[in-house]
Design a binder for this molecule. Structure first.
Ligand code: SF4
Ligand code: SF4
Length: 299
């Protein structure tokens, strides 16, 4: 599993690519089976390069019983998905090795919550939008790596059946809107100039750091601007799946101006007032610091 082909931003750069250049649809048949006891068992997890989606992170951090920030710190690394530095997240490997941190002699240590890329392998999936088309299209392809003997197992099934077997449907459903955001951000990039650091930070927060995104939507800054029905807001605080769906809506609103979350009529005034309050506090703190410095100058 040396390359994550679920990442729409990544093209396989190797001259001898293991990607079989045949575009597959849901009803196309593939020959493949991975099973315990196969001679190559665990080989695919010994050299990984796996991009994590927001839903992958949600599942894994809950599996490990830690917060999203802890997961991002301990179990993941940030990389740039495009020339503008749009942040992506990769799974960390074991120290000094290319093997997955969750690999055990018995197999995957987080099997029920394994990421999308692991579920799909040795099938690849990607979403592409044809030039001048508003619609993104999903398609699939096989990835045949030398070490993987699953391609020689006597079992044929459709792409649709394989996806069901591997439980990828909920993963794809939870990531669909987020992938659209990446595609749209990428395609709109050159026309609107480089995205601001603030938009990058919001993308990171709403995509990957779900526990802190929850703290953010509970803050006065958020409530000054957005008019959210109380019962729905309580659901957002208690239901992470709902919160992750909302995070994509929020990103579409702040990045592309798609107004699906109602805003308060006095949002702009409140935001300005709060900014002024913060700046006044900062000025006051600076004044106090300077007074201290004058009273007791350093030797
Ligand atoms: S998460 Fe599990 S299946 Fe995926 S690379 Fe790691 S050990 Fe292998
Ligand atoms: S059959 Fe392929 S996917 Fe399964 S353990 Fe072997 S290398 Fe990994």
């Amino acid at each position: 599993m040396s390359q994550d082909f679920n990442d729409p931003s990544i093209q396989d750069p190797r001259p001898s690519s293991p990607v079989v250049p045949v575009k597959l649809g849901l009803d196309d048949k593939i020959q493949f089976r991975c099973r315990k006891g196969i001679a190559c068992f665990n080989k695919c997890c010994e050299n990984i390069n796996i991009m994590l989606t927001p839903y992958d992170i949600l599942r894994l951090k809950n599996r490990l019983g830690i917060t999203s920030a802890e997961f991002l710190e301990k179990n993941a690394t940030v990389f740039e998905m495009d020339a503008h530095g749009l942040p992506g997240i990769r799974m960390k490997t074991k120290a000094g090795s290319a093997a997955c941190q969750f690999l055990t002699p018995e197999g995957c240590g987080v099997y029920e919550d394994r990421p999308t890329a692991c579920r799909y392998y040795a099938l690849g999936a990607t979403t592409m939008r044809a030039k001048d088309s508003p619609l993104a299209e999903d398609f699939y392809f096989m990835v045949k790596e030398e070490h993987c003997l699953g391609h020689f197992e006597p079992r044929t099934l459709s792409v649709r059946e394989y996806r069901q077997e591997q439980g990828v449907e909920i993963y794809d459903e939870m990531t669909r809107e987020w992938r659209q955001i990446i595609l749209k951000k990428r395609s709109s990039g050159p026309t609107v100039g480089a995205p601001s650091q603030k938009s990058m930070d919001l993308f990171y927060l709403a995509s990957y750091d779900l526990d802190n995104f929850r703290v953010f939507i509970a803050s006065p800054f958020f409530h000054d601007v957005y008019d959210i029905e109380p019962a729905y807001f309580q659901k957002l605080l208690s239901d992470e799946v709902e919160l992750l769906k909302f995070a994509s809506r929020y990103l579409k609103q702040v990045l592309f101006g798609e107004k699906s979350i109602p805003e308060k009529p006095d949002a702009v005034e409140k935001r300005m007032k709060r900014r002024e309050e913060i700046m006044a506090k900062q000025r006051e703190q600076m004044r106090k610091d300077m007074e201290k410095e004058i009273d007791s100058p350093s030797e």
